[in-house]
Structure formats: C-alpha cells, structure tokens
Design a protein around this ligand. Sequence first.
Ligand SMILES: *[C@@H]1O[C@H](CO)[C@@H](O)[C@H](O)[C@H]1NC(C)=O
Length: 436
Amino acid sequence: MKSLTSASIFIIAGHLAFVSFSVSAAGIPAICQQSAKQAAVHGAVYFINNDGNANKIIAHEIQQDGTLKFGASTWAGGRGSHGNEAPAPNGPDALFSQGAVKVSGNHLFTINAGSNTAAMFEINQENPTKLHMVGTPVSTGGEFPMAMAVDSKRGQVCVANGGAVNGVQCFKADNKQGLIEIQNTLRPLNIKQSTPPTGPAGTVSHILFSEDGTKLFASVKGVPPTPGTSPSHILQLSDPLIQTNKGFIATWDVNPDGTLSPSFKSSPPSKGGLLPFSMTVIPGKNSILNTDAGVGFSVFDFSKGDQASSSVIPINGQKATCWSSFSTKTGTFFLTDIGTSTVSEVQVDGNLKGSIVKQYPLAPNSATIDNEVATVNGKDFLYVLQPNATSISVMSLPSAGQAKVVQTFNFADDAKKGGITVDANNLQGMSAFVKA
Ligand SMILES: *[C@@H]1O[C@H](CO)[C@@H](O)[C@H](O)[C@H]1NC(C)=O
C-alpha cells in the first residue's frame, strides 16, 4: 500500500497530466502503476552553484541506466564565495577543494563558503532530487568552509575552513535538530591565508576520515617560493621554482567520543610532491591516495602512525590533477585534471605502488573537476562535473580500463528555464545518492 502511494506522488512530479490520480493509491489504474515503475527515480547527483547571493544545491536524477535527467534546486541556507586567483582571473574550482557536498545515508551536507555555515538536509526517498533542510545552518567555527567529511557509523560530520580563520570543526548529525557542534573538535591548521583565500597554491584542499574512523585528515597545498610565480592551476613540474613548501596532510586522532587530539601531525609529500589536493581511502590498507595538482598523485601510508611515508607517481602531461574517487567494481581510482580535461584511471597494488591504467580525454577546456562513483542497478558509473561546459559526463565502469562515456549531460538550458544561476566559475562538488 505504501509503495503505491509513493508511486502516485512521483507521478505528480514527473507527469502533471496524472495529478488527478494522486488522491487515492488504491484508485490508480494498472497502466499508471506500470509507467510509474518504469520512471522510478533511483537516485540523484548533487553539486552546488556556490552563488555569492544564494548558494543552491542542484540535483539531477540518476535514471535506471545510470544516465542523468534535470532535477531540482534547493537553497543551501547561505551564500557561496570564490577564492582569489589574483593576479590570474578567477576560473572554475571556486573553493580550491573536493568535498563541498557530501551524501551519507539519507542525508546530504554542504557548506556556504560566503556565510561561514554548514547545513544538513534530508533526501526525499520518493524523489531524491528533493531536499528538506534539517535544523538550521550552523557556524563552522572558521572562515570560508570549503569541504566536508562524514563518518556515517558515528554520525559525525567535520568541516574544513580555508580562510583567514582556518582549521576543522566537527558536528553530530542529528536527524531532528540537524548539525550540533561537538566540543573539543575545533582545531586550527595555522596556515597563513586571507578570506576568501588566495590560491590555489597554499590553500586548504580536502578533509577525510580514515577508513576505520580513528583519524581525521586535512590536506593543504604547498606554495612555490617566488612571488609572482604562484597562483595558477597550471604549474609545471619542470618549473625550477617549484620545491620547498610542498604542502602537507594534517592528521588528528579521533577519540571514541568523537573529540579530536589537541594538535595534528604533519605529513609532507615525497620529493616531487607540491600541491596535495583530494584524498581517497585505499580500502583495507590504512593508506590514502592523494591527488597532487603539481605532479599527478601520491600514496600516503599511515600504517606506521600519523606521520606517513609516501610515494609520488607523476602523470605525464598533467596540468592540475585535483579530484579523485574509487570504484569497488573496477578496484581503480578516477582522477580528474582541470587543466587537461582528462580523466586518469589509476591503480594501487598490494605493496602500495601506484600506476596509471588508462586515460580518457573529455571535451577540451570543459574543466573536469569534482567527480563521484555511484552504483546503479549493480553497475558502477562515474559522474564528472565539467563547469566550463555546464555538463556532467557519465562514464560506465564495467571493469578496469574499460570506462566509457555514456552521456554528456548539459544542464544549462534546463537551469535557465528553472531560473537557477549557473556560473561556470562557481560550480563545485559532486556527491550521489542511490536508493538501496
Ligand atoms: C574555461 O573557459 C574559458 C573561456 O572559454 C577559457 O578561457 C578557460 O581556459 C577555460 N578553463 C579551463 C580550466 O578549461
């Protein structure tokens, strides 16, 4: 009975012509139940428009075959912001980050970089493009929040602040009250920054829990030493000015009650590492893959403690490899480079040796940024945000080395019709929900 009622609700959203059937579930003719079933919304992908006046979460439906269809937008409860790329003009990747939007269970979390707040939403199970705010937006305890991490087991959400007041702050995700600050989790990173931050060099990149939830990591990009050579996404490894400040990964211990160790341990990348960006767990290894915008990627091994040993794996011809995700089906990682608009599929073997599996160039200048893997009807798909082309590329991931673009979904026209501001330079984040 309940599922029939759900079907009728969906019909209202998808096909206005069927509104009259919505009142009584029992009254729905068989043919309508059939069409509702075929059109069932399986899930959604989310990113923010990060607009300076009104930050909105934009959601697109994930259909049965993994492809996308335009969905809906929801106010995130604050304003977006854009880092300063001075002297270069501001471009895509406004927050210099991965993790601006995070889905965990039936909830979505995001930040308002211009309001210094974070917010929690409940995902509508009948139509996952619809979100309902839980509680009210809360202060992140710093400036320019730009990334989030979720430990779903403990129901704990941590935010990274990347502005003049930088560091991390954690919250309990309460199903009724929303985000509730956890004492003894406000921890500084002590980097010298402005609000909004000036970068991308020298900015905070990402925040992540270890696989077992006992550590919290935050990554920070290094700074090339000579003034005038810095902020550019297009830093070449061959540039002789690149060395000294290589950035680092900060590691706090997470206590069983969710509180953090008073200070962090710092792990810089190995020789050649320069701009530590996104972090993705390497399953079962107490290690993380860390994209490095200056060289390719690093593998950090935390099995011997909070000060990790690491190795650097260059990606030839790369310009700025910044974002990453992992597919359990292929056992490989997918890295995106904003400068070359290329997806690099890489693997990490049992001895933590990293290598490149295959590269997939997408549309030139589309600016491949945040990406996410989702499992739809037992198959893995990669969703890559390409703000410069107002698109998301959907790639099927049947097995390692076999990724294939199945859709390039341009959302510009639908966003315009819906009155949703879409500025290529501001779009950020990518996270997915798929109904169990
Ligand atoms: C985005 O598009 C602009 C305008 O076409 C172009 O100048 C810029 O290089 C592109 N950015 C990236 C990162 O591809």
